[in-house]
Ligand binder design. Structure first.
Ligand code: ADP
Ligand code: 5GP
Length: 190
């Protein structure tokens, strides 16, 4: 990725929206995509699809072997391991969208956000915080698509992510009331 892709009026801007699993990123990102007409970066992942998720829309669901080939061919802008699975951002669609003047939104975890900020310091990185860890657990359970063991793992990871966030992100947005959080996010994504 060429650093000069961000910052010119003719090209789009790259936005990273991160936060613990279950904090409400998808809810916020969906609203921002609709309001701003931005493109969503569809990640590749080795995890199984959840009910309601579509291949090629929510994620590209790939095997570990397919993911490793993408890494070897330098097809990923960043990638990281999360909850025992691999996740990565395909480079090509992002370059295409930015080159066409379209903003792009990435929903990725901390390690990936750090890699993107290293490669493209002009990217704007926002971390979504839960009002409390208890509320985060409630939202994870209410989604009803993840096992107890997975929820425990995600909560432990969430605590670490929240501790790291101030050193990685440009902005922090608390998702207490969803509409208020969306407004704050739209202020950051003009
Ligand atoms: P993420 O994409 O961060 O994993 P989701 O957007 O899937 O999170 O949200 C997790 C759950 O929390 C969903 O059931 C969603 O409807 C709910 N949720 C999102 N934002 C709020 C909020 N501000 N208050 C209460 N529930 C919320
Ligand atoms: P989930 O399995 O709940 O969809 O996502 C788990 C975590 O992986 C979330 O924090 C999400 O932001 C992150 N994630 C999704 N796609 C990518 C990606 O392409 N790269 C990185 N580094 N993280 C990702």
């Amino acid at each position: 990725m060429n650093d000069s892709l961000n910052g010119s009026p003719d090209i789009g801007r790259l936005y990273v929206i991160s936060g613990p699993s279950g904090v409400g990123k998808s809810s916020i990102v969906d609203a921002v995509l609709e309001a701003r007409g931005a493109a969503f970066s569809v990640s590749a992942t080795t995890r199984d699809s959840r009910p309601g998720e579509d291949d090629g829309v929510d994620y590209h669901f790939v095997t570990q072997e397919e993911f490793e080939v993408m890494v070897q061919h330098n097809e990923l802008l960043e990638w990281a391991r999360y909850g025992g699975h691999l996740y990565g951002t395909p480079r090509r669609p992002i370059e295409d969208h930015l080159g066409q003047g379209r903003d792009v939104i990435l929903d990725i975890e901390n390690e990936g956000a750090r890699q993107v900020k290293d490669a493209m310091p002009e990217a704007v990185a926002v971390f979504v915080l839960p009002p409390s860890l208890e509320e985060l657990e409630r939202r994870l359970r209410s989604r009803g698509d993840t096992s107890d063991a997975d929820i425990e793992r995600r909560l432990a990871v969430a605590e670490r992510q929240i501790d790291e966030a101030p050193s990685v992100y440009d902005w922090l947005v608390v998702n207490d009331d969803l509409d208020t959080a969306i407004e704050h996010m739209l202020d950051l994504i003009p």
